[in-house]
Every structure is written in structure tokens, then in C-alpha cells.
Design a protein around this ligand. Structure first.
Ligand code: 5AD
Ligand code: SF4
Length: 442
């Protein structure tokens, strides 16, 4: 069993976990293949944030059972593994490995157990802080690197499975984070993304005692690091020091993703979010009065149990007032073990869909208007790739906007020449609701 295939669902934490899993397996002599058909070991790193995400892995497993699953070993990793545990074996009897994110360092041993005759192995303990330091991470991107700074979540939002799938909050020492950032910079990475379910709940467990704002500021000072992003922030722990740090250091990207979930204080209370609409607006005010133009993005859940039309209208008013740069909107989805299951006043699916579409349409108009204001401006971008279909380079602004552009001197990657990984100025000539387009500034 020496070739493996891995497919990853869900958030950046999961994407980064998969990089750790790949590195760990390659270190032990496994070879990664691009197609599950070619693999002896097939791994799915799963997400269970909404029911739809959870169903994806079971579809995949069913597909394989019917097609070419014979002789392969199937493993389910990540949040569905942690949430469903051994129940996965009942639903998909051809699975032989089930492991949550806190067990990945033990994967090689678990695979040996399977090879030496065990039919089924599980790694479901959440009682570990060994998830941070995996010396063999295989990063997918040669320019931008993820660094986990905090794992788990202690917040218990009423709708959310994460406290159950990723366990209690554990922060990594600042010394270990800074060491990894310096190593990455030496290896040529210029962009760092600090990861955690709630990055701003970060508390250095060492005697140095740094808070998140401090850690953020210091990573922005690492020589060679030109750009630092972070995700995700929880409004309750979002302090003005974070805005001050962004104002002081251009290497810190002027983008904050601050999920509001609802514009109604009574819904926020039922969601157990621990802030009111006014508390949230105060944080927005800090960002809007910053020296730099900070892009604010958010997540919203529509159709949480008991959300009235009046509550929904408060969310509509909030997005009009804040004018987010972009947002993700989700229909509320019932999750196992969560406190919101106790609420009975569930909103019909069609009504959730209606609210989602109404919000989406309003937000689209806001984005079109905001993006149009960029036309004629020159933006500094980090070039992330090249789109063959449109023959454009793909740039990312500090505010996390996609800015596709052409460069008359280098129309496409050629003979070892590429713009990917470089930072350059682009003149914005067109704007759509979801991206900007332009040409390289001379
Ligand atoms: N239903 C719908 N959306 C959810 N999210 C988290 N849990 C649920 C759920 N049960 C959304 C939140 C969160 C984002 C990552 O997913 O908006 O910020
Ligand atoms: Fe999905 Fe949440 Fe797990 Fe990320 S942490 S993979 S979003 S359930």
C-alpha cells in the first residue's frame, strides 16, 4: 500500500491539514497520485459544517464502491470522521480508517496496523496539541504558506459543529509560530496566512504571553515576508489593536473577514454569538476610521430557527450600512449535537432560499458599485496564477480582490518566464461584481 490519493473538502484549515498529511506520508515512502483509480490508499479529508458538505464524502464513497473500489483501502479524515466516528464503518463498510485532525501525526502507525492485519483503525482522540509541528508539511503553493496558530474552538455558537469536530481551543507558542514564519521566508515564501477557527482568540501559552495583534504585527516584520493574511476572526475577540497593527505595517493585508451571521441582536443572542448588532458595528467603525482602506468581508446565515421577516430586514439594513466588499451567505443547516437542535421553529426550505436570493441580489449591487470605484486606479497585486481560458494573469490585491490582467510584454508564461509569485502594479480598467480586470501598469 504505497500509493495514495487525497481529496480535500472544506476550509483552509482542512487544506493545510491535508498538506501535513501528504508530507507525513511522502516522508514514509508513499507516492501521491492524481487519480483515485491509480491509488492503493484513497483518503477523503472531510468537512461537516453543513449537511451538504457532509453528504459529499458519502457520495464519493458510494461511487467507488460501485466502480473501482476493489482492493483499495479507504480512509475518512477530518471533521466528518471526528463527528461520526465508528458510525462511518456502518454507513460505508469498505472504509477501514477513520481519523480526526488531532490524530494525523499517528497516521503512519495506523496504516501499519492496517497492513499487519487490523481490519479497522480509528484515531478520534482530541486530547493532543501535536497538530501544529509537523516537520514534513508539503505545501501546495510555492509562494503562499498557511501557518496554524490556534486549533479548535471554545465559543459554542448554537448552530456550529466545529467545537465537536476540532475540539477545545489550543494555541501554539509564539516562538514556534515565529520559527515557522522565518523558515518559510528563508525557503522563498513571501505570503503567510495565519489560520485558526478563531485566530483572534489566540493566547500565547508560553511566558512571552503574546496576544493575536502582537503575533500578527511580528509576523509582518519577518524579513522576506511581504504579505500576511489571517482567517477567521470572531467579532467578540476582535480588538482595535488588530486595526492599529494593520495601519502600522503595509505587509499586513488590509482585509478583515469578520463573520456577522445576522444583523438582528435577538437572532445573535439565540445563536449564542456573544455580541450585539451594536458591538459588531463598533468594530466596523474601528476599521472604517483606520488610515488604510480596510476591506471587510463576512459570513451570513439565513433562516436560523425563529428568524422573523423583521430580523431578516435587520440583516438587509446592516449590509446596506456596512457595504461589505464580499460575503458568503448560507442557509441554516441542522447539525448533530448542536444547541440549535433544541429550537423547534424551523424555517421552511423555500423561505430560506428566498432570503438567500434577496440578500445575494442586494450584495451583488453593492459589490458592483464598490468595484466600479476602482476603475482608473492602480493596485498592487501578488500574482497567483495564469488563466489559459481568458489569457489573463490572476492577481490578488492586498484587500483580497481578484484582479485579472494582461501584460503586453508577457502575454503568457513562456520559456521559464512567469509572473506568478511576483508583486506588481496593475491599472484597473474594468469592474464586475466579483472581480476587477486591468493591465499591467508601465
Ligand atoms: N448552517 C449554515 N451555515 C453554517 N455555518 C456554520 N455552521 C452553519 C450551519 N449549521 C457558516 C457560518 C460560518 C461559515 C464558515 O459557515 O456562517 O461562519
Ligand atoms: Fe468544515 Fe469547519 Fe471542519 Fe473546516 S473546521 S473542515 S469548515 S467543519
Amino acid at each position: 500500500m504505497k500509493s495514495f490519493y487525497i481529496e480535500t473538502f472544506g476550509c483552509q484549515m482542512n487544506a493545510h491539514d491535508s498538506e501535513k498529511v501528504v508530507g507525513t506520508l511522502v516522508e514514509r515512502g508513499y507516492t501521491q497520485v492524481e487519480r483515485p483509480e491509480d491509488a492503493e490508499l484513497v483518503l477523503y479529508n472531510t468537512c461537516s459544517i453543513r449537511d451538504k458538505a457532509e453528504q459529499k464524502v458519502f457520495h464519493r464513497l458510494q461511487q467507488f464502491k460501485r466502480d473501482t473500489g476493489k482492493g483499495k483501502v479507504f480512509g475518512v479524515l477530518g471533521c466528518v470522521a471526528q463527528q461520526e466516528g465508528e458510525k462511518i464503518f456502518e454507513r460505508a463498510p469498505h472504509v477501514s480508517l477513520v481519523a480526526g485532525s488531532a490524530s494525523y501525526t499517528k497516521l503512519p502507525e495506523m496504516l501499519i496496523q492496517l497492513e499487519t492485519g487490523d481490519r479497522r483503525v480509528t484515531g478520534l482522540s482530541l486530547d493532543t496539541d501535536q497538530t501544529f509541528d509537523t516537520p514534513f508539511t508539503r505545501r501546495d503553493n510555492p509562494h503562499r504558506a498557511y501557518i496554524t496558530i490556534i486549533e479548535g474552538c471554545d465559543k459554542s455558537c448554537a448552530y456550529c459543529v466545529v467545537p465537536f469536530t476540532r475540539g477545545p481551543e489550543r494555541s501554539r507558542t509564539s516562538e514556534s509560530v515565529m520559527r515557522e514564519a522565518a523558515t518559510l521566508a528563508e525557503a522563498g515564501y513571501t505570503e503567510i496566512q495565519l489560520l485558526g477557527q478563531n485566530v483572534n482568540s489566540y493566547r500565547d501559552p508560553s511566558s512571552a504571553g503574546w496576544d493575536f495583534a502582537n503575533l500578527l504585527a511580528r509576523t509582518g516584520e519577518v524579513p522576506g515576508i511581504r504579505s500576511v493574511r489571517f482567517t477567521t476572526s470572531h467579532p467578540r475577540d476582535f480588538v482595535s489593536d488588530i486595526v492599529d497593527a494593520i495601519d502600522r505595517n503595509e505587509a499586513l493585508c488590509n482585509h478583515v473577514h469578520l463573520p456577522v451571521q445576522s444583523g438582528s441582536t435577538s437572532v445573535l443572542k439565540k445563536m449564542q454569538r456573544q455580541y450585539t448588532r451594536d458591538d459588531y458595528l463598533r468594530r466596523i467603525e474601528w476599521m472604517k476610521s483606520a488610515k488604510r482602506d480596510i476591506a471587510i468581508t463576512t459570513d451570513i446565515i439565513v433562516g436560523f430557527p425563529g428568524e422573523t421577516e423583521c430580523d431578516f430586514q435587520e440583516t438587509m439594513r446592516l449590509i446596506d450600512e456596512i457595504e461589505y466588499e464580499s460575503m458568503f451567505i448560507f442557509k441554516y443547516s441542522k447539525r448533530p449535537n448542536t444547541p440549535a437542535l433544541q429550537y423547534e421553529d424551523h424555517i421552511p426550505e423555500e423561505e430560506k432560499t428566498r432570503r438567500l436570493m434577496v440578500l445575494q441580489e442586494r450584495q451583488r449591487a453593492i459589490q458592483l458599485r464598490r468595484n466600479a470605484a476602482y476603475v482608473g486606479k492602480t493596485e498592487h497585486v501578488h500574482v497567483e496564477g495564469y488563466n489559459m481560458a481568458t489569457a489573463q494573469w490572476i492577481g490578488r490585491t492586498s484587500q483580497h480582490k481578484t484582479l485579472n490582467f494582461i501584460d503586453p510584454d508577457l502575454a503568457a508564461p513562456a520559456e521559464g518566464r512567469t509572473l506568478v509569485g511576483t508583486y506588481l502594479d496593475v491599472l484597473v480598467t474594468r469592474a464586475g461584481p466579483n472581480s476587477l480586470a486591468g493591465e499591467r501598469a508601465q
